[in-house]
Design a protein around this ligand. Structure first.
Ligand code: MLC
Ligand code: AMP
Length: 435
């Protein structure tokens, strides 16, 4: 569907199959979609959503049966190609617009750096509404003429079964997935383990990204698979920017050097470039891989750049010519299972709950998920609130990975002298044992 939309000169907006109706509706309306194409299995829920809005609706079966003889337009590289929705530190999710030229640059950079070939064979296990799955895996594979096998939902047992067959050459995942695969390997019998590890050894490349790869996960994966995971760093707005080398030493805890065609630098608070090693700064990125705009948000687009450089909001330091990520400039951005979520966006939705007076969402460090979404609540009118009830309510309104995993009810949230909630103190509320 995506490549058909592109050939017809349209803009493709990948949606998440896991999202509840309010999240889908937000993206469909915000993107000004003219047509929604859905697989028949998802048709009932999406159809009812579109009853209220005049949008053309097609199932994939209908789309395939539709044979048009209209001539295809010439598609200019500067034309908009894709909008991917991403959470930021302000307001609701923003649509990141990339042009055909941006996508070509992102893909060519990875094909060169990681030497994609037509003989490659990758298993696609990631969600398709984010760049890791849709650009790094699917688009790179198709561009290289490689084979891309789609797995609709990640399942560690099924992934290991496919790896053990021994015909995959490249694998890409987020750190949480490697953790889940390690747990799957450890539960297998000795014979199964041998076949699983042998399947890994037949691959030429295994990559981790989208969140910090814990050094322990890297070490354990090496014991199991024989691979030192290639860790790289990217973002929806810029595609991939930094990568450990394909050939040469991969250093644990670092994300390597700029990818081909990507300009990267560190900047201090005044925007001045930092050239000395060991001094922390914000990662800034420039070049043809960088997105065009946030859809219909010219102010947010303007604020995201300084002197032509995109401000990532990630802090890093240079060590021996390689970048080490230190964290983010905003406490309100949470990375959980490789998904970026906004604390402010979740708070806004939760405030509509009848038992919530005020709330504060934080990301609490977690060995498996990177961070877990946790919420501290001031109950409204002393109505009792349980985590189960809150989750059930939230699942109907928020993507599954935005649903809080822990809840603390407090008489009043920690605040500073100006009455502003202090998030570091909110984090401390979760330092005790789980409920
Ligand atoms: C799920 N669970 C979580 C959770 N998500 N617990 C805590 N935090 C989370 N975020 C729990 C559920 O409650 C459930 O528990 C169990 O895990 C299984 O739930 P699930 O919904 O079936 O999870 P699953 O589908 O297995 O999802 C896990 C995952 C997924 C790791 C496969 O998070 C994933 O696909 N992550 C990849 C995200 C990604 O592609 N990001 C790229 C963004 S682009 P119980 O107890 O009920 O069993 C980007 C740029 C770049 O970042 O650089 O790439
Ligand atoms: P997204 O906005 O969903 O595209 O997520 C991009 C963010 O993921 C970046 O801004 C980083 O915070 C984070 N990220 C991506 N790769 C890495 C990595 N290798 N190490 C640490 N953080 C990463």
């Amino acid at each position: 569907v995506q490549w058909g939309v592109w050939r017809a000169g349209g803009v493709a907006v990948p949606l998440a199959v896991s999202h509840p109706p309010p999240e889908l509706e937000y993206a469909i309306l915000d993107a000004d979609a003219s047509t929604v194409v859905v697989h028949p299995s998802l048709a009932p829920s999406v159809r009812s959503l579109l009853d209220r809005v005049p949008i053309r609706y097609l199932t994939t079966t209908e789309a395939l049966a539709h044979t048009s003889t209209l001539p295809l337009p010439a598609v200019d590289e500067s034309r908009r190609a894709m909008i991917v929705y991403t959470s930021g530190s302000t307001g609701r999710a923003k649509g990141v617009v990339t042009t055909h030229g941006n996508i070509r640059s992102q893909v060519e950079s990875l094909i060169e750096a990681w030497k994609w070939q037509a003989e490659d064979h990758i298993l696609q296990i990631l969600p398709l509404h984010h760049v890791h799955g849709i650009i790094n895996v699917v688009t790179c594979a198709m561009w290289a003429g490689a084979r891309c096998q789609m797995m609709p939902k990640f399942d560690p047992v099924e992934v290991w079964r496919r790896i053990a067959r021994g015909d995959l050459t490249v694998f890409m995942a987020v750190p949480t997935i490697y953790r889940l695969l390690i747990a799957g390997w450890e539960q297998a019998s000795v014979g199964e383990r041998r076949a699983m590890s042998a399947g890994c050894r037949r691959m030429r490349l295994m990559i981790s990204g989208s969140a910090a790869l814990p050094v322990g996960t890297l070490a354990r994966w090496k014991e199991i698979s024989g691979h030192v995971l290639l860790e790289r760093y990217g973002m929806t707005e810029i595609g991939m920017a930094l990568s450990n080398p394909l050939d040469g030493e991969r250093i644990a805890g670092t994300v390597g050097t700029p990818l081909p065609g990507v300009d990267v630098r560190l900047a201090d608070e005044t925007g001045e470039a930092i050239t000395r090693e060991g001094i922390p700064g914000e990662i800034r990125v420039r070049g043809p891989t960088v997105f065009l705009e946030y859809w219909r948000r010219p102010e947010a687009t303007a604020q995201a750049f300084e002197d032509g450089w995109f401000r990532t909001g990630d802090m890093a330091v240079l060590e021996g010519g390689r970048y080490r990520i230190l964290g983010r400039t905003s406490v309100d951005i949470i990375k959980t299972g490789g998904f970026k979520v906004s604390a402010l966006e979740i708070e806004e939705v939760l405030r509509a709950h009848p038992a919530i007076g005020e709330c504060a969402v934080v990301g609490i460090e977690d060995p498996e998920w990177g961070e877990r979404v946790c919420v501290a609540v001031e109950p409204r009118n002393d109505i009792e609130l349980t985590l189960d009830a809150l989750q059930e309510w939230a699942r109907e309104r928020l993507a599954p990975y935005k649903v809080p995993r822990r809840l603390r009810c407090v008489r009043s949230l920690p605040r500073n002298a100006l009455g502003k909630v202090t998030k570091p103190d909110v984090c401390k509320l979760f330092s005790g044992p789980e409920d």
